[in-house]
Design a protein around this ligand. Structure first.
Ligand code: TXD
Length: 319
C-alpha cells in the first residue's frame, strides 16, 4: 500500500514540529510548503537526515509551489503572520484572511480530496474562511484548538491531583481564546467527574476555578515566557492526533472547530464542539446538554467568534 501524503502549509515553528511528529509516528510522506524560499527545503532535508537515526522511511520535500501538495491526503495549515506590536486584531485578521485565500485556492486546485486541519489564528474565523476559499465540504475542513486547550486542562488537572495525565479526560467547548469554555462537569479522573473529586476532598472549587482560568490563558502564559513566538510543541501534537484519527479511521471523539449547521442552535459558524473524526472526516457532531451557566459562557464565546466572522466579511464581502 502506498504511503499517505501529508502537506504542511507553513513551515514555521508548528509546521516543522508537525513534520517531525508525522515522521516519528509513521503517518506518511511529508511536503512542507512555505512562501519563504529555503526554509521548507532546509527543514525537509534536516528531517530526511534524521530518518535513518529515528528509523523510519517517510520522505520529506520542501517547496514554494502548490503543485507539490498534489494528491495530499491531509493538509495542515499554519501559514500566516503573528500579531506584531502596533498591529490591531483587525490588521492581523486582514493579513491572515489574504493568506487563507491563497491557501484555499491551492488546496482547491491540488488537494481537493484532502482532510484539512487549520491552525492559523484567529482560529475559528480562519477555518471558516478556509472552508469557503477551498470550497471543500465542511466535514473535511476543521480547526485545531480544542485538543490543545483540553490537553492544557488535562495537564493542570493531573498536576493538581497527582495522577497520570493518561487518566485525566477534559472537556472544552467554544471558540479558541479567552472565552473558551472548559467544562468541569464533563472532566474526569479515571471516570470520576471533577465535581465528585471536590466533594471527596481531593481539591477545592477555588483551586479548580484557578485551573480553569489558567487553561483559558494557556496560550498567553507561553507567549509571555517565550517573548517572541507562541507555543508549538503541544499545538503540533494536537493536530497530529486529529490527522491520525482521520488517516487510521480511529473515530476518536475530540474537540474541534467545525461548521455547525443546526447543532447547538447555530448555523454557518465554526466553533469548537466534540466531534468524531474518522475516514469520512467529521463523522458526527456531539451535542451535549449545557446547564444555564455553561450555556451563557458558550453563547459569549460564540458571540466573539461571530464578531470575527463579521469583521472578515467587512474585509472580504464576497467570501
Ligand atoms: O490552538 C491553536 N490553533 C494555535 C494557533 C496554537 C498556537 C499557535 N497558533 C497559530 O498557529 C499562531 O497564532 C499562528 O497563526 C499559527 C502558526 O504558528 P507558528 O508558531 O508555526 O508560526 P510561524 O513560525 O510564524 O510560522 C508561520 C509560517 C511562516 O514560516 C511563514 O513564512 C508562513 O507561515 N507563511 C506562509 N506560508 C504559506 N503561504 C503564505 N501566504 C504564508 N504567509 C506566511
Amino acid at each position: 500500500m502506498a504511503r499517505n501524503k501529508i502537506a504542511l502549509i507553513g513551515a514555521g515553528q508548528i509546521g516543522g514540529t508537525l513534520a517531525l511528529l508525522a515522521g516519528l509516528k509513521d503517518l506518511g510522506d511529508v511536503v512542507l510548503f512555505d512562501v519563504v524560499e529555503g526554509v521548507p527545503q532546509g527543514k525537509a532535508l534536516d528531517l530526511a537526515e534524521l530518518a535513518p537515526v529515528a528509523g523510519f522511511d517517510a520522505t520529506f520535500a520542501g517547496t514554494n509551489t502548490y503543485d507539490a501538495i498534489g494528491g495530499a491526503d491531509v493538509v495542515i495549515v499554519t501559514a500566516g503572520v503573528p500579531r506584531k506590536p502596533g498591529m490591531s486584531r483587525d490588521d492581523l485578521l486582514a493579513i491572515n484572511l489574504k493568506v487563507m485565500e491563497q491557501v484555499g485556492a491551492g488546496i482547491r486546485k491540488y488537494a481537493p480530496e484532502a482532510f484539512v486541519i487549520c491552525i492559523t489564528n484567529p482560529l475559528d474565523a480562519m477555518v471558516w474562511a478556509l472552508q469557503r476559499t477551498s470550497g471543500l465540504p465542511a466535514m473535511k475542513v476543521v480547526g485545531m484548538a480544542g485538543v490543545l486547550d483540553s490537553a492544557r486542562f488535562r495537564y493542570f488537572l493531573a498536576d493538581e491531583f497527582g495522577v497520570s495525565v493518561e487518566d485525566v479526560t477534559a472537556f472544552v467547548l467554544g471558540g479558541h481564546g479567552d472565552t473558551m469554555v472548559p467544562l468541569v462537569r464533563y472532566s474526569t479522573v479515571g471516570g470520576i467527574p471533577v465535581p465528585d473529586l471536590i466533594r471527596m476532598g481531593w481539591t477545592s472549587a477555588e483551586r479548580i476555578a484557578a485551573i480553569v482560568e489558567r487553561t483559558r490563558n494557556g496560550g498567553a502564559e507561553i507567549v509571555n515566557l517565550l517573548k517572541s513566538g507562541s507555543a508549538f510543541y503541544a499545538p503540533a501534537a494536537s493536530a497530529i492526533a486529529m490527522a491520525e484519527s482521520y488517516l487510521k479511521d480511529k473515530k476518536r471523539l475530540l474537540p474541534a472547530a467545525v461548521r455547525l449547521d443546526g447543532a447547538y442552535g447555530l448555523r454557518d459558524i465554526y466553533v469548537g464542539v466534540p466531534v468524531v473524526i474518522g475516514a469520512r472526516g467529521v463523522e458526527r457532531i456531539v451535542e451535549v446538554d449545557l446547564d444555564p451557566a455553561e450555556r451563557a459562557m458558550f453563547e459569549k464565546s460564540v458571540a466573539s467568534v461571530e464578531g470575527l466572522v463579521e469583521a472578515c466579511l467587512k474585509i472580504a464581502p464576497d467570501l
